[in-house]
Design a protein around this ligand. Structure first.
Ligand SMILES: Cc1ncc(COP(=O)(O)O)c(C=O)c1O
Length: 454
């Protein structure tokens, strides 16, 4: 019998002791990562200028469980385990028989799920003698997380912040600087690639793909610096699985099994973090779930992209990975969910979509803000614009359950709070947010520039 409780809280000693690696449960291994120059599968030595060896080993591991080092668990204890909530008030407002649960990652010091991997990445870099990390940030959540992790483990952090977000969110920049990071708007005049882009398009709004190029160039050209990525890669998704492992225990406390799992997808990390431990059960035949990834219409890689090899960045500096992509030089419109403005998708999430193990849908930004506002007014938490995509789908599924008269159990990831996104809410409330049509021509142009592989 489900309980009437609102919050499901685990004690600190229930912070997971290992990360869950979904590769162990896949029938076919993921496609190899290819060298951008030769088109041949890459080895650890090719990645060594960018990442510490421990993370490279995790990137290619097929071991089911990877132990979480004590200093990482110790830093996790600042905010983990995160709470799981039953959205009683939202259910009532929707008058739905569905039971809606959400895992709230906004309790971390940065306000999102991103510290789950930032802490791990800072730890391994520090352990291998790295002094400085370079990274990109879209919404500012990832840069904030790495700035905090850098402060915790004694590393310098340089953040290339996508110009559109840099202008929309000055307080995010100030927060990163307060934690000790150096922040520049991307495209920036501090890299060769940034200068090239600015020469052609001085008012370029930037994109995650472009900021990644700048951060990779920074790391590749300095001996004391490695590169840190906040999403997409296998090791990043791996670190996020603490979310789903805790949620499995918390759903047991609630005495319910989710029918539907939902997460928003930018590069795929919070979605994977919640859903992969559940999907492991599904892949092993122990349970069945419907799993839905929700992305913006302005950057619909999973629903409209092509599943093929592409670069992770605009300047073609990264290795080639097989993923759903809109083309590496596609620049999405400046929607307010800055963390979802990415041309590609995590290879592991892409693979699951390709095999029909997960579903995907794309939504416009106005309906996502409508969902976020309804959520804030019923549950009290102001969600990040990225998370509003997950809330939109959760509400739509709850309304469908009402139409069908079925008491479905829905669990979604509330990946972060929106305290630094108030200018976006202000624009939404003033009716000034634009829903950008799917940019078919731009995508076609970007897809024409896909690299040809084998
Ligand atoms: C709150 C929040 N949710 C979701 C995302 C999307 O990233 P990912 O798909 O890696 O979870 C971001 C990225 O910045 C974010 O800040």
């Amino acid at each position: 019998m489900p309980t009437d409780r609102t919050k499901f809280v685990l004690d600190e000693d229930r912070i997971p002791r290992s990360w869950y690696n979904i590769v162990a449960d896949l029938a076919v291994p993921p496609a190899p990562v290819l060298h951008p120059g030769t088109g041949q599968p890459i080895g650890p030595a090719d990645l060594a200028p960018l990442f510490p060896m421990a993370l490279i080993a995790q990137e290619v591991s097929s071991q089911r469980e990877i132990e979480i080092p004590d200093p990482v668990r110790d830093a996790y204890s600042l905010y983990r385990p995160s709470p799981l909530y039953r959205a009683h008030r939202l259910e009532k407002a929707l008058d739905t028989p569905a039971h809606i649960y959400y895992k709230y990652e906004g309790v971390s010091p940065g306000g999102s799920h991103k510290p789950n991997t930032a802490i791990a990445q800072a730890f391994y870099n520090k352990q291998e003698g790295v002094k400085r990390l370079a990274t990109e940030t879209g919404a500012g959540q990832w840069g904030t997380a790495l700035a905090i992790a850098g402060a915790l483990f004694g590393l310098e952090v340089k953040v290339y912040m996508v110009r559109a977000s840099y202008d929309q969110k000055p307080y995010r920049r100030m927060l990163m600087e307060t934690y000790g990071a150096e922040v520049v708007a991307s495209p920036s005049p501090t890299t060769v690639y940034g200068r090239e882009v600015l020469a052609v398009t001085p008012d370029n709004p930037g994109s995650l793909g472009l900021a990644i190029s700048e951060a990779v160039e920074d790391a590749a050209t300095r001996d004391d610096t490695k590169y840190s990525l906040g999403s997409v890669l296998n090791h990043v998704l791996l670190h996020q699985t603490v979310i789903g492992q805790e949620a499995i225990l918390q759903m047991e406390m609630a005495d319910e099994k989710p029918d539907i799992l939902i997460g928003c997808t930018g590069g795929g990390s919070n979605f994977a973090g919640l859903t992969f431990p559940f999907l492991g059960q599904k892949l092993r035949g122990e349970a069945d779930y419907r799993v839905i990834a929700v992305e913006p219409e302005a950057a619909p890689s999973l629903t409209r992209g092509v599943y093929t090899y592409d670069f992770g960045d605009t300047a073609k500096l990264t290795p080639l990975v097989k993923m759903h992509t809109l083309g590496h030089d596609f620049i999405p419109e400046p929607i307010h969910a800055g963390g979802l403005r990415y041309h590609g998708m995590a290879p592991l999430v892409s693979l699951l979509k390709e095999r029909g193990i997960i579903e995907a849908r794309a939504v416009h930004q106005n309906p996502t803000f409508a969902a976020g506002v309804q959520f804030a007014r019923t549950e009290g938490i102001l969600p990040a614009p990225e998370a509003n995509h997950a809330i939109r789908a959760a509400i739509d599924e709850a309304l469908l359950a009402k139409e069908e008269g079925i008491a479905r159990v829905i669990l979604f990831n509330l990946s972060g709070h929106g305290h630094f996104d108030l200018s976006a809410y202000e624009r939404y409330l003033a009716g000034a947010l634009v829903d950008y049509e799917y940019p078919a021509e731009q995508v076609a142009r970007a897809l024409a520039a896909l690299p040809s592989v084998g």
